[in-house]
Write a protein that binds this ligand. Sequence first.
Ligand code: GDP
Length: 586
Amino acid sequence: MQRSALQSKRELFFKSDTVSGGGVSASVPPSAAPPAPPSTLKDALSKRSATLPEPQETNHVEANGIATKHSNSVSVDVSKPPSTAPPPTPAPPVPISAPPAPVPTPLRSTENIMKKAEHPPVAPKPDLPKIEKPKTKELDGYVGFANLPNQVYRKAVKKGFEFTLMVVGESGLGKSTLINSLFLTEVYDKDKHPGPSLRVKKTVGVETSVVLLKENGVNLTLTIVDTPGFGDAVDNSNCWQPIIDFVESKYEEFLNAESRVARKAAPPDTRVHCCLYFIAPSGHGLKPLDVEFMQRLGDKVNIIPVIAKADTMTPEECKDFKEQIMKEIGQHKIKIYDFPESTGEEGDGADVTKSLRARVPFAVVGANTVIEQDGRRIRGRKYPWGIAEVENLEHCDFLALRNMVIRTHLQDLKDVTSSVHYENYRCRKLAGLSHDGKPHRTNSNNLCPQGLMNSFMTVWNPLAQMEEEKREHDLKMEKMESEMEQIFQTKVRDKRAKLKESEAELARRHEATRRALEAQARELDERQRALNAERAAWERDTGLSLDDLRRRSLEANSKETVDGKEKKDKKKKDWSFKSVATGISI
Ligand code: GDP
């Protein structure tokens, strides 16, 4: 098939991605059909098909040596062999029509790991029932599915968007200033984010800051990943490792969330979608560290090279520097994010995108200050000889960078992260390979072809995957059980210790109370004795005994009682006489 001259590397990448997917599907028995490609890839494919003049069929040689036909149109069943094709045989690959044009190494190709694996001989495909293309029917009236895009739009706006942007480069290159300029807000607070000299660290760290941005009712959760300390040491060997670890840990998190038995429909996407790599404006091309970093991270994250502090170079110097950088990127086979030419926009929009695309690597100027000039408010850097305007395409590429990253290609960056970098990671992970593509040494099972095969079967066989998940689940449960047992034992130990403590406390209190009571009893005895002694002394002094005294007082009391009674009787009598005389009864 003849490719059009305009077909971009991006299209080639998607082509190779399709090939790898197809290769896998052919290598498994028909009963264990491969899972459908992620929807994002479908979107990307449909986008790509929109850029091509006609849906054309292409021939691809599969990893296992079977030639199958693929169509650029996503509506065609790619797994179905064409009715006119000869019956499949395990013979060596033979292209059906003219051999494909030599494909340059794509900048963003899914590593076809399946190709590297030894596949067992594949049984010839049985003839599948022919699926007819649906016919287009005219509708008599308005049904309503034309409103579907609006429903999708509303849902997306309601849910909000997530984007993770990583900035890498030496301290002082203006990373934080540029981030603030990009989002027109203080993403980095001055208080929390001190100047470069205060932030220099001996080792590379990875710090994230999350901000919620709102624009016209659309919410964007922006995560900025900063890498303070990168390239600041005298010996910078391996300073990219914490960054690789961070990027992969995010893929790992996503993979775990995705492969849970009870998983969410859309797990939170914290993967790094874009990495702005800051190149110092030295004018001398890339430094070894720049090359090393971009080579190592190029197939893990979308790298966009950025020339920092472009206002320190003249336009000619800047142009030469850009050319030098692009030359070196090509020489070292560095994979950077390849902005697709078409974003679905038509007319002027598409032309503008094309012209902005040519500005890579973006030479940017960052500034947090807004200057008033001729009634205009300009974000820029003021010098005695003039103002370097941030948002002026004649002064720097800041606007191009912002438009491309945020306005036109944000979704594409997410799609490529998901369908290329994450898929690469997933394949590597499930095939038991480490980030450098070598087998994991810790898992000797994966070193043998059988181990690799098992991993592949796990990827493409849902039953095996479920079994794997069950095994993992059982292991987790066992681990949890033993942890709970340990926690229980610790709690019992604690409780016992507490009980012993309270027992001792009680015994202490009991002893104290006993001692207090004994002391009181002693005191009472003491007082009793003193009283007795006093009584005896009194009896001696007065010649009376206490019993005599008691008797006398009793006698006196009884006498008083008798006198009182007599008086009362007398009063009563007087009253009754009076009442008889007056005729009143009482
Ligand atoms: P970071 O350490 O990479 O985050 O760098 P900062 O954003 O803290 O900036 C370091 C210094 O460079 C500050 O004094 C900024 O004002 C200055 N700076 C930032 N961007 C530019 C730029 O585009 N041009 C020039 N000349 N200076 C800049």
